[in-house]
Every structure is written in structure tokens, then in C-alpha cells.
Design a protein around this ligand. Structure first.
Ligand code: NAD
Length: 265
């Protein structure tokens, strides 16, 4: 097998997509496989995981599925057990899942706050804790964050903003803790990306094309990103080409963070 990920064993958490088309996790899983990796497609939706795995095997790649809700530490351990059983270990953990509830402090309930933190941060803790023992001496972890973790946008998503900022800080802690074992940890920080996740979030009756145009207009490169833009950045960070890179936040945002005055990443 040739390719930038030849011989690598990858687990993608959130490998499905909430709607038709290419979500970030789905594109990443398919791209890792196209580059020669075996991929464990993990998703709380068994059907979504199976759809991505079928895309991979349909292209001649190697994929396995695992239905697991990563907010549950027992499910995270079972997922790691599946990775060990199917692939004999793990070289890359790609943590894609994330959710948001619109609102600032005033209109965010503690339940909503906890739901967002459970998926965006607690699940990253569970996945990392379960997967690091499978990596031996060397590996890579890629967490998918959001520009909202670094900057205030036009709308308030207080739980999303705070949990994504914490995810990036968590990634840097993991980078330092596991550097002596050769395990690298980095985040990809997407800006405005045109995915089924965004389409699923728009209000009933809203014109999707108008939403797309409004989002693209905010980006210096004058377009939204695609799931493939995110997947390519993750692939680079996960691959040996990034062998001396750990603890970084790589913005993939068409310049939006620069426009907003982000000081790092
Ligand atoms: N689209 C954007 O504009 C944008 C911008 C910034 C950041 N992001 C980030 O991208 C990521 C989402 O990308 P996507 O397009 O793949 O989204 P998606 O919503 O399609 O999610 C992918 C999969 O994750 C699964 N999932 C959700 N919660 C889970 C859980 N607890 N356990 C296991 N699986 C779970 C879903 O079932 C779904 O199939 C998030 O981290 C999000 O914050 C997206």
C-alpha cells in the first residue's frame, strides 16, 4: 500500500455525517484511507459509521465500524478494544465530534452547557485516555476545534466557545505529557465550512443559498471551506510529514481568524 498514511491505523471519532454530503469527519476518514491507512469509523450512529466504512471499502480501502457514544467512558474503552482487535493497535486518533447550543450566559441552561461540554471536551478526554495506551512509542492525535474557540463571532455560543478553547488547551497539555513517548497532539481550527452539519442547523424556512453567501462574504478568501480543506489539514498533522510538529493550533479558515485579530494559530 502506498500513500501518505501507508501502514497507519487510524480511529476517526465522528466518522459519519449528520446529513447527506461530506461532513468533516466523513471526508477525513475517506482521505486517510485513500492515503493507505486502515480506518476504524466510530460514530454514535451505527448507520452513519457504516456508510463511511462502505465508501472506503467501495474504493478498495480497509475500514471497520464501531458504534459508540464517546461521552461514555465505558463506550470509549470498548471502542479502543475494537481498535486493538481489528487493527492490532493505533497510530492516529482523529477526534472530530462537536456540538453547539446557541446563546450567551442569559439564555444558556446548565443542561445545555453540560451537553456541549460532554461532547466537545469530556469525550476528547475519554477518547484520548482510552486510545493512548494503544499507541506504543509514537503516534498522532488530531482534535477538531473551531475558530469560535479563539474569537467572538457575530453570534453567542458561550458553551461552544468555552469548550473549544478548552479543547485546544487540552491538546497542548497532551502534546507535552506524551512528547517523551513520541505521541504528537495538534488541533485543526476550522472557520466557516460548508457541511451538512451547518445545513442541519439553519432555521426552518431559511434560504440555504443565502446562508451560504452570507457565510462566504465574511471570509477574506471569499468562499467557505469544504470538508476536504479540513481533512487535508488533519492528514498533514497526522502524517509523518508533520513529525516535528506538536502542540499547534492550525487555523483552516480562509484568513478569517487573521481578519478578527487572532493572536495565535
Ligand atoms: N462546519 C463548520 O462550519 C464547522 C466550523 C468549525 C468547527 N467545526 C467542527 O467540525 C466538527 C463536526 O464536523 P462534521 O461536519 O463531521 O459534523 P457532523 O455533525 O456531521 O458530525 C459527524 C458525526 O459525529 C457523530 N457524533 C456526534 N456526537 C457523537 C458522540 N457523542 N459520539 C460519537 N459520535 C458522535 C454524529 O453522529 C455524526 O455522524 C465539530 O467538531 C465542529 O465543531 C465545524
Amino acid at each position: 500500500m502506498t500513500g501518505r498514511m501507508a501502514g497507519k491505523r487510524v480511529a476517526v471519532i465522528g466518522a459519519g455525517s449528520v446529513g447527506a454530503g461530506w461532513g468533516n469527519g466523513k471526508a477525513a476518514a475517506v482521505l486517510y484511507a485513500r492515503e493507505g491507512a486502515q480506518v476504524l469509523c466510530v460514530d454514535r450512529s451505527e448507520a452513519a459509521a457504516a456508510e463511511t466504512a462502505a465508501l472506503i471499502t467501495g474504493e478498495g480501502g480497509v475500514a471497520y465500524t464501531c458504534a459508540a457514544d464517546l461521552t461514555d467512558p465505558i463506550a470509549a474503552n470498548a471502542m479502543a478494544h475494537t481498535a486493538q482487535g481489528n487493527m492490532g493497535g493505533l497510530d492516529v486518533l482523529h477526534f472530530n465530534i462537536g456540538t453547539s447550543v446557541k446563546g450567551g450566559l442569559d439564555d444558556t441552561s446548565f443542561d445545555d452547557w453540560q451537553t456541549v461540554f460532554a461532547i466537545n471536551l469530556d469525550a476528547a478526554f475519554h477518547a484520548t485516555k482510552a486510545c493512548v495506551p494503544l499507541m506504543g512509542q509514537g503516534g498522532a492525535i488530531v482534535y477538531i476545534s473551531s475558530l469560535a474557540g479563539m474569537n467572538n463571532g457575530p453570534y453567542r455560543y458561550i458553551g461552544y466557545e468555552a469548550s473549544k478553547a478548552a479543547l485546544q488547551r487540552f491538546s497542548r497539555s497532551i502534546a507535552i505529557e506524551y512528547a517523551p513517548r513520541g505521541i504528537r497532539a495538534n488541533t485543526v481550527v476550522p472557520g466557516m465550512i460548508d457541511t451538512p452539519h451547518v445545513a442541519a442547523m439553519i432555521a426552518p424556512g431559511q434560504d440555504m443559498e443565502a446562508v451560504r453567501a452570507a457565510r462566504a462574504a465574511q471570509v477574506p478568501l471569499k468562499r467557505q471551506g469544504t470538508a476536504w480543506d479540513i481533512a487535508e489539514a488533519a492528514l498533514f498533522l497526522a502524517s509523518d510529514a508533520a513529525g516535528f510538529i506538536t502542540g499547534v493550533d492550525l487555523r483552516v479558515d480562509g484568513g478569517m481568524g487573521t481578519l478578527m485579530g487572532t493572536s495565535a494559530g
